[in-house]
Design a protein around this ligand. Structure first.
Ligand SMILES: Cc1ncc(COP(=O)(O)O)c(C=O)c1O
Length: 396
């Protein structure tokens, strides 16, 4: 007998739970890539992606993951030897910076640790010193999925504008797009990268680079733009899948179409609000657990907590035991800790809860109840009333 039999919930921060409609849309024979339904679908997909990103500008679609579009964003805007600034709040900013260095871009890193967002005054200080404007871009991460810190992108744009600094604002929205509010045009992001497998509820395999005219101007001189990564042919969907960039990722597009229908059927603002409310219920439960034990939320200020992923510490090997027990006994799988221990990728003593994409109140409450059950079964000290706190948060 196992209480885990039944529908599972992959509560890791991506890939996220896929809606049945997405899976069903992908369950079909190979379509013609040259004419008919698939090519006809592309303009609508492009328009609906831009509605999620809140941009009127362009999007290039790649067969690739987040690492691919990190590279694409850099390749289309920068040249060997260019200098960029990476304000880091977790592993993913450093991952992007590492990738930039492999492309022979010089990266100034400012590390803000693993618990606080980018400090805008510190950022301002670093940019103010660059009177010659040698910093060509800021590599910012909206939600760093390792720490679950959410950064103030609008604030970063204000700093650049105050200083009249021309650096491009490039933003990784891998973990936030379709979950947390993000306004590409209104907040002044020049480039934004995302993938299919988190808020967009589609299997990993599609990467997106959204870019505005300023960024496209940088493309004129970027010597890193090789033919595969060049975003120009991809920003024209007809050219993209028929001629230039290879065979279309056919089934991903059917899945994505279904996912975008779900998002826009609900309304993007409602999607954001749902994520916020569900995240608040996770935080309420975590705070209650923490009152009687060592469980702690990684980010203390709710303003800077992601609405799609929550990182928690639980001391020693207990976090591992908790994850294993929950998977084996309840059918919920939690995310491992990442990048929280110095010099180590996987971080014992931490775990992450993914609450992104196709999740609702009963899933989150079930997942929180499963954690509560595991704490009891394993005899881990914890405060009482966590599920009660979560339901009160949702009721309020
Ligand atoms: C914020 C962020 N950026 C980039 C990536 C890299 O994406 P991928 O694993 O698809 O290459 C991830 C992956 O989780 C991420 O969370």
């Amino acid at each position: 007998m196992s209480l885990s039999n039944g529908r599972s919930y992959l509560a890791i921060p991506g890939p996220s739970v896929m809606p049945d409609a997405v899976l069903q849309a992908m369950h079909r024979a190979a379509p013609n890539i040259y004419s008919g339904e698939l090519p006809d679908m592309m303009p609508g997909i492009v328009a609906d992606l831009k509605r999620v990103a809140r941009t009127e500008h362009s999007v290039a679609i790649y067969i690739g993951n987040g690492h691919a579009v990190w590279e694409a964003a850099l390749a289309n805007t920068l040249s060997r030897g260019d200098r960029v600034l990476m304000p880091g709040t977790g592993s993913f900013g450093h991952g992007w910076a590492d990738l930039a260095e492999r492309l022979h871009i010089t990266v100034d890193r400012i590390d803000f640790g693993k618990h606080q967002p980018v400090n805008l005054d510190t950022l301002r200080g670093a940019l103010a010193k660059d009177t010659e404007h040698t910093i060509k871009a800021i590599l910012a991460v909206h939600t760093d999925t390792s720490t679950s810190i959410k950064n103030d992108i609008k604030g970063m744009r204000a700093v650049l504008d105050d200083l009249n600094h021309p650096a491009l604002l490039m933003v990784d929205c891998m973990a936030s797009l379709g979950c947390d509010p993000f306004e590409m045009d209104a907040w002044g992001a020049d480039v934004m990268t995302a993938g299919s497998q988190k808020g967009l509820m589609t299997p990993p395999g599609l990467g997106f680079v959204f870019f505005n005219d300023r960024a496209d101007l940088a493309r004129e001189t970027a010597d890193l733009a090789s033919s595969y990564w060049d975003w120009r042919p991809r920003a024209n969907p007809e050219f993209f899948y028929q001629f230039s960039c290879g065979t279309a990722p056919t089934h991903h597009f059917y899945g994505l179409r279904a996912a975008l229908d779900i998002i826009h059927g609900e309304g993007i603002e409602n999607v954001w609000t749902r994520h916020h409310r569900l995240a608040q219920s996770v935080w309420a439960a975590a705070e209650a657990w923490g009152k009687g034990g060592s469980m702690a939320l990684n980010v203390s200020d709710p303003v800077y907590r992601s609405h799609s992923v929550t990182t928690l510490s639980l001391g020693g090997s207990t976090a591992d035991d908790l994850q294993n027990w929950i998977t084996e006994n309840t059918g919920v799988t939690l995310g491992i800790g990442l990048g929280m221990a110095e010099g180590r990728h996987v971080s014992p003593g931490h775990f992450r809860i993914g609450h992104m994409g196709h999740v609702n109140a009963h899933m989150v409450l079930g997942m929180l109840g499963s954690i509560d059950l595991a704490l009891k079964a394993l005899g881990v000290d914890h405060g009482a009333g966590a599920v009660e706190a979560a339901t009160r948060s949702l009721a309020g």
